[in-house]
Design a protein. Sequence first.
Length: 80
Amino acid sequence: MRFIFQCQDGEGGGIADKPEDMPDVFHTFFGIAGCALLGYEGLKQIDPVHAMPVEVMRRLPHAAPWGHAAAITGAKDRAT
């Protein structure tokens, strides 16, 4: 996570691809997702395949019951 934090723009916000570069939405999103996957305190658990919060994946009716969100949280199979 140290590298992600080094790429953070402390003044304007966001995360860049490298320290001292301009932050952008893509790297900010995946930088935060990476921190969540690594268990950074205060971030919600995220589905590693869809890069969405696990709680959101559980609510999606089209999400596969064998999906990663179910495996991560130990949720029961929703197959009918």
